[in-house]
Design a protein. Structure first.
Length: 201
């Protein structure tokens, strides 16, 4: 039995940036072919007796799927009520080959954010075309950042207008990525959406 490789978030981002077009091509193929025998996700909630932050339950999602000769699942867990600490979603994705050897174990938060952003990017490629000058983003958590990073890579020279309840996070991102994309802090959601060729919400 081969030793499974754990691929953490930063490594996933590094591999993703190095093989961006290949990632999009494989995802496009998978979306076109689909999967006819993936069972539905299951959800379980477990009571928490002693949570230091006031959560009452832990919600677990088990999401299996198949593609060609691979079988995988994603396991996510997050505390309830979610409004207390929405960033506390954690999880793992495990991929098996057809003889049940584990190929890889991955940080599911990063993988999910990249995969979701790339589905959006594929849609933008076919629906928005190549002439995109302005990207609007409403909400700048993990998904918002992943979407902007992917779209900035696809549309070099595009500008972004981003609204978030915590504008300091947008300002910090703009400063850190000044050489990659011009980012302006929006005053409200309407400001972010105004004149946007692509709007991420």
């Amino acid at each position: 039995m081969t030793k499974a490789r754990f691929i953490d978030g930063p490594t996933q981002v590094e591999l993703f940036e190095r093989h961006f077009e290949a990632f999009l091509a494989v995802l496009r193929e998978a979306l076109i072919e689909g999967s006819d025998n993936s069972p539905e996700r299951t959800v379980h909630e477990f009571p928490l007796a002693h949570s230091p932050h006031g959560e009452t339950h832990l919600k677990m999602l088990f999401m299996p799927g198949t593609y060609k000769q691979t079988i995988g699942f994603k396991l996510l867990g997050f505390p309830l009520p979610r409004d207390r600490r929405p960033s506390m979603v954690q999880g793992l994705s495990v991929v098996f080959d057809d003889d049940c050897s584990i190929l890889a174990v991955l940080d599911a938060r990063t993988l999910t954010s990249l995969r979701t952003a790339c589905v959006t990017a594929l849609g933008a490629r076919y629906l928005a075309g190549s002439e995109v000058e302005r990207i609007g983003v409403v909400g700048f958590g993990l998904q918002g950042r992943a979407h902007l990073a992917v779209l900035a890579r696809m549309y070099a020279g595009a500008r972004a207008c981003v609204y978030d309840l915590r504008p300091t996070g947008v300002t910090e991102y703009a400063r850190a990525h000044a050489g990659q994309i011009e980012v302006r802090v929006a005053q409200d959601p309407s400001d972010a959406a105004r004149d946007a060729d692509i709007l991420i919400t």
